[in-house]
Design a protein around this ligand. Structure first.
Ligand SMILES: Nc1ncnc2c1ncn2[C@@H]1O[C@H](COP(=O)(O)OP(=O)(O)OP(=O)(O)O)[C@@H](O)[C@H]1O
Length: 212
């Protein structure tokens, strides 16, 4: 099982409940704005603590309220690509990538810098400043940086949002390539079920919990 997640949490006024049992290498969570998709990714990465439930990825328990397990974010080894990418604006693309590489513990390093640069087609962007990149290029660099940290799983928050159709298509093809060639399960959030149709082997619709 790649993803075995069953959690309840309260974020502000909102009660969020989700159950995911997925054998798919790429699993998508879809649902309308504000339903709690990003909060689920935050819980999986360890940035947010659920009230109850469990989070297991490839049979590794990251959180289990019953058993008293709560692995710290740095030991979960998530490759989290935030919706706003969060590249360091004062570092060129190559230095942003170097930051990701530094996060990888030597023994865990399973990926080669050149392979990732080729996979995300960012070789010609290495000397550029983040402010000069297009929306699609920013996403590709952010995904590459996350992969260079040798994550055990990848969390992609709305990677396709506000890209024009051409750029979205190119990024979909690259994410497909990551899914099919790298040993890293992917949890992807989107507001649109149609958008993830090609990518996801399993789609979870997050609905508003009763009482929220
Ligand atoms: N720090 C916070 N304090 C209070 N409420 C919050 C906080 N963060 C999120 N929320 C609320 O929790 C709910 C879920 O937010 P979340 O960002 O997880 O939803 P989402 O489905 O990812 O939305 P979107 O698609 O718009 O990004 C929303 O109602 C949001 O306003």
């Amino acid at each position: 099982m790649f993803f075995d997640i069953d959690i309840t949490m309260r974020v502000g006024e909102r009660l969020i409940e989700t159950a995911i049992a997925s054998d798919a290498k790429l699993t998508a969570i879809v649902g309308p704005s504000g339903v709690g998709k990003t909060s689920v990714l935050n819980a999986v990465s360890g940035l947010l603590q659920p009230r109850s439930g469990h989070i297991r990825i490839e049979c590794r328990t990251l959180f289990d309220s019953f058993a008293g397990v709560n692995v710290s974010p740095e030991h979960r080894c998530a490759g989290y690509v935030f919706q706003d990418a969060r590249l360091f604006p004062h570092r060129r693309v190559s230095a942003n990538l170097a930051y990701g590489e530094k996060l990888a513990r030597t023994n865990d390093r399973w990926i080669d810098r050149n392979e990732i640069i080729g996979l995300l087609e960012i070789g010609d962007l290495l000397g550029r400043w983040p402010a000069t990149l297009s929306g699609g290029e920013v996403r590709r660099v952010a995904i590459a940086r996350a992969l260079l940290a040798a994550p055990r799983f990848l969390l992609l928050d709305e990677p396709l949002v506000s890209l024009d159709p051409g750029r979205a298509e190119r990024l979909i093809a690259l994410i497909e390539n990551i899914r099919d060639t790298l040993e890293v399960p992917i949890l992807l959030v989107s507001h649109s079920a149609q958008e993830v149709e090609r990518l996801a082997g399993h789609v979870i619709e997050l609905a508003r919990a009763s009482g929220s």
